[in-house]
Design a protein around this ligand. Structure first.
Ligand code: ADP
Length: 258
């Protein structure tokens, strides 16, 4: 009973194949055509796993682009999919922090893994991967380099939450000769404060699992965890958690129907 979960995100499109365990996965940039990206990720995952398309019994779509692909048997919100994926990977999960390309969310789970509450910021880039990418651009660093720069540095205070103002603030800090490492640590601190603000609006309970592309950065994970006062659980492939959750929901549906 093979199922596919396809998460068409604002930045990256992910596909996971599942039949009781993960059989394959793929990730492509979403670009300007979410439908094409969804199909490309799906076909790449099938090809990498050596599986024919006809073998897939249920395809579940999630992410902002889920409306664009007609091949989906079912569409589910990212909130439900991230919760399901995180609970599968870490059954002790009671809170999921997800930071993607253009939104961030904190999801509270009950003991069965169902969504009990959530809060989402999708209105501005602050506290999202986009914020990080813009700031890394100002520092002329890759996202990985930004993490390396921040390690052990004393964070400079970045007071603007707005991405546009924060960008100007950083240009000013560089002009004053403030070390890039201190600025990188300050950028991570700004994101952590934003996440703390969101987390304060749901009942944060351990264990806390961190998903989404920003979770690929160990230094930012450490700083967000420290801000929340918990150690974050990191999936091996944090960007695939939503697609995994979608595939799992499809698998559970098929299992119920048998
Ligand atoms: P979406 O589902 O919205 O497309 P993802 O969860 O796929 O988002 O995450 C994409 C984001 O992950 C990008 O905006 C990028 O900023 C961030 N990202 C990717 N790699 C890294 C990294 N090594 N460090 C920090 N952020 C990263």
């Amino acid at each position: 009973m093979l199922t596919a979960g396809i998460d068409i995100g604002s930045t990256a499109t992910k596909a996971v194949l599942f039949d009781g365990e993960v059989r394959g996965s793929a990730m492509v940039p979403t670009g300007w055509d979410p439908k094409e990206a969804g199909l490309a990720a799906y076909r790449q995952a099938l090809e990498a796993a050596g599986i024919a398309e006809g073998a897939v019994r249920c395809i579940v779509g999630t992410g902002y682009g889920r409306v664009s692909l007609p091949i989906f048997d079912r569409r589910v919100t990212e909130i439900t999919c991230h919760a399901r994926g995180a609970f599968h990977l870490f059954p002790g999960t009671r809170t999921v922090v997800d930071i993607g390309g253009q939104d961030s969310k904190v999801i509270a789970l009950d003991e069965s893994g169902a969504v009990a509450d959530f809060i989402m910021n999708d209105k501005c880039a602050a506290g999202t991967g986009r914020f990080l990418q813009v700031m890394a651009g100002v520092l002329d660093a890759s996202l990985d380099e930004l993490g390396a720069l921040a390690v052990g540095a004393d964070p400079v205070q970045i007071s603007s939450m707005c991405t546009v103002f924060a960008e100007s603030e950083i240009i000013g800090l560089l002009a004053r000769g403030v070390a890039k490492g201190r600025i990188a640590a300050g950028i991570f601190d700004a994101i952590a404060r934003r996440i703390q603000g969101l987390a304060g609006r749901v009942a944060l309970r351990e264990q806390v699992t961190f998903s989404g592309g920003v979770a690929l950065n160990p230094e930012i994970s450490r700083i967000i965890g420290a801000g929340l006062g918990v150690a974050l659980q990191l999936p091996r492939d944090p960007q695939l958690v939503g697609a995994l959750g979608a595939a799992l929901l499809g698998f559970e549906q098929l299992t119920r129907e048998v």
